[in-house]
Write a protein that binds this ligand. Structure first.
Ligand code: GCO
Length: 500
């Protein structure tokens, strides 16, 4: 591995470490107490802006931008972050159970044992989605609910839960969008080598096949692997996500096997049904030089290779970027692991690309990074809506007219519950500005078909535990009561108006 790579990896480690220093306030979930249901959302919606003289017109004021008819307004979650019920109905352990139960790994020792108890409260959550007016809901399936050890006969009780969820969505006219893998690898497979093992990619395809045969056509859009890059970087470079390794050589081997697993799952869906669509879910960061000059340009190009092209090129061009392979070197574990035919599997045609946009990256001549814009409560996140426009238009320019969905975009805010209300104007401003950028991309010809806020509900934010609140709907953790935030009421209006 080159010096440049080592340096930029170290810089990124420093950046992530600083993200872990913010103070902790909340947590401690219990399963008791009532839930504020959909009525709360309905009754508090549609305030008349003229009726309150003290009301600040921003950020709800309208920009007059309408989205194409049928645009998919959505919100997203993932299994480990919301479900809880960690030991119920035959669910096995995942790497996130192990990691969160290891002292010192998550803020305050928080775990997803209870999370927001969605496993038991999914009907309430479905009603809240209906009241929001969601047209699409993105969730993930927990592999260890379907196969406790990651292999063998599927667990019917696990499949039944997702069948109830999917049917509940369809009954409410909300299109299900299901992710097969959102980081919660069954612990038994980790013990057998995890994503460092090529075999795990084949186990993933078998798991996907079981899920497709049980739910296939009821789910119009399937997503394969959520953010392979985050597993690579957070799980294997920096170690602050499960499985908590710091091993750059292993990291890129893992990247290849995750990509392989993606391709195998695409083929499994094609074998199971022709009716559903499928694609990868990639978090893409536009990379810009921090200063002018050839050195910064070159460093930015390589950084972009690791952040974006490694995943995009392999799926859409059937090749890994040469500059990244050169940088890793011919003796790297990843390069040695690539077999004839792998890239053909990885680049099996997909129906759409799911884009997750949070932040831009500014790269220095030495391959480090600097911040240019204010950050959210998550200090790794610079708030820069134009970055979303740049990424969407760049995808079309470099990879053609692949249909796009934004499957994650959002920020954490320091929300507090005041009686029955939560005021989060910062989220409204953020979403409005990013939607304006999305609208601009659509106007420029980008085939963007839907948009999902991260997240529907406050939830378990991985190593950050429950402190960061990313939801449209506030969760009062001691009682698990759900309270739609001001942004939820705003989003309901956006959906009803099909515009901002
Ligand atoms: C992700 C994640 C989410 C995070 C969100 C905020 O894919 O990064 O899907 O699980 O919670 O991104 O950090």
């Amino acid at each position: 591995m080159s010096v440049l790579t080592r340096r930029h990896l170290l810089r990124r480690a420093a950046l992530s470490a600083s993200a872990a220093t913010a103070a902790r306030v909340s947590a401690g979930a219990s399963t008791t107490a009532a839930v504020v249901g959909s009525a709360a959302l309905a009754s508090a919606c549609d305030p008349d802006p003229e009726s309150d003289p003290n009301r600040v017109p921003e950020p709800e004021s309208r920009l007059g931008l309408r989205f194409p008819d049928g645009f998919g307004w959505g919100a997203a979650t993932s299994a480990y972050q919301i479900e809880g019920a960690a030991k119920e109905d035959g669910r096995g352990e995942s790497v996130w159970d192990t990691f969160s139960h290891t002292p010192g790994k998550t803020r305050g020792g928080d775990t997803g044992d209870v999370a927001v108890d969605h496993y038991h409260r999914y009907e309430t959550d479905l009603d809240l989605m209906r009241e929001l007016g969601l047209r699409t809901y993105r969730f993930s399936i927990s592999w260890s609910r379907i196969q406790a050890d990651g292999t063998g006969t599927p667990n019917q009780r696990g499949l039944d839960f997702y069948r109830r969820l999917v049917d509940g969505l369809l009954a409410r006219d909300i299109a299900p969008m299901a992710t097969l893998f959102h980081w919660d690898l069954p612990q038994s497979l980790q013990d057998a080598g995890g994503w460092e093992s090529r075999e795990v990619a084949y186990r993933f395809a078998e798991y996907a096949d079981h899920v497709f045969r049980a739910l296939g056509e009821s789910v119009p859009v399937w997503l394969t692997i959520n953010e392979p890059k985050t597993v690579v970087q957070n799980g294997y470079l920096h170690g602050h996500h499960a499985p908590g390794h710091r091993d750059p050589a292993a990291a890129y081997l893992v990247a290849h096997h995750l990509q392989l697993a993606h391709g195998l799952a695409v083929s499994a869906l094609r074998a199971a049904t022709a009716k559903s669509r499928i694609g990868p879910a990639l978090n893409l960061h536009p990379c810009y030089p921090a200063v002018e000059g050839a050195e910064a340009e070159a460093a930015t190009r390589l950084y972009d290779g690791y952040e974006n092209r490694l995943y995009l090129d392999s799926v859409f061009k059937g090749s890994y970027p040469v500059d990244v392979l050169d940088d890793l070197g011919p003796d790297s574990r990843m390069v040695r692991a690539i077999r004839d035919g792998d890239l053909k599997i990885i680049s099996a045609p997909v129906d759409l690309l799911a884009v997750q946009y949070y932040t831009p990256i500014y790269v220095t001549p030495s391959g480090g990074t600097v911040r240019r814009w204010p950050t959210s409560e998550a200090t790794w996140q610079q708030i820069y809506p134009d970055g979303m426009y740049d990424m969407l238009t760049r995808i079309q320019r470099d990879y053609g007219d692949v249909p796009l969905t934004i499957t994650e975009n959002g920020l954490p805010t320091a929300d507090t519950l005041d009686g029955d209300t939560v005021d989060d104007p910062g989220r409204i401003t953020f979403l409005r500005d990013h939607l304006a950028a999305a609208h601009r991309a659509i106007a420029a010809g980008v085939p963007l078909e839907s948009y999902h806020v991260w997240s529907l509900l406050d939830n378990f934010e991985w190593n950050e535990g429950y402190e960061q609140r990313w939801g449209l709907i506030y969760v009062d953790y001691p009682t698990l009561r759900r309270i739609p935030k001001r942004s939820a009421h705003w989003y309901r209006r956006v959906i009803a108006d099909n515009g901002i």
